[in-house]
Design a protein around this ligand. Structure first.
Ligand SMILES: N[C@@H](CCC(=O)N[C@@H](CS)C(=O)NCC(=O)O)C(=O)O
Length: 173
């Protein structure tokens, strides 16, 4: 990922990247938005509903995800630093604040704003990053929401295809 050929596609040396003809994209939300903009089923046709779905994509990566990424950093990358034990509860508090507000907003709805959209796709993938920590289960509404997202056949197909890259076994279906 840090080699010149990959850096030409992704200047930060990260994954994912997306190539379609002459187009090269990086940043997962930009890739999802590009796909959602061109294929039915991920962004509503109604202009206001579409704007709100895009808003939820931004909320996922800009508001909900940052403290979740901090948790990974403080636990794994900076876990040996003298201050990491003090920082951990601060990061966990920030996560709990945004999760409790998100959980109130979701209420007993299946998805964030009517039908499933790219906003839910991004939000579910951000929430799933919390699964190993056990914190998602503190919010049963959000745990169920993430489980609904994971149960979608499209998610299952994409997950199996990605897993196949690591196991070397072809994904079925
Ligand atoms: N904001 C970027 C984040 C990409 C990112 O953090 N990718 C991780 C894997 S999930 C990565 O490549 N990490 C390796 C590194 O940063 O060196 C996106 O959403 O595409």
């Amino acid at each position: 990922m840090k080699e010149r050929a990959h850096l030409a596609l992704q200047p930060f040396g990260q994954i994912p990247t997306y190539e379609e003809g002459d187009l090269v994209l990086f940043e997962s939300a930009a890739i999802v938005f590009h796909i959602a903009d061109r294929h039915a089923g991920l962004l509503p046709k109604d202009a206001n509903a579409r704007a709100r779905a895009i808003m939820w994509m931004f909320a996922a990566i800009n508001t909900v995800e940052p403290p979740i990424l901090d948790l990974v950093v403080v636990k794994f990358l900076e876990g040996d630093r003298s201050w990491s034990k003090e920082r951990l509860p601060l990061v966990q508090d920030r996560i709990r604040k945004s999760l409790s507000r998100l959980s109130v907003r979701l209420g007993d709805s299946d998805w964030l704003d009517g039908a499933f959209s790219a906003g839910d796709l991004m939000m579910v993938s951000v929430l799933l990053r919390l699964k190993p920590s056990g914190m998602l289960n503190e919010y049963p509404t959000l745990a169920a929401y993430a489980a609904r997202g994971e149960a979608r056949p499209a998610y299952q197909r994409a997950f199996a295809a990605q897993l196949a890259v690591f196991t070397g076994k072809a994904a079925s279906g």
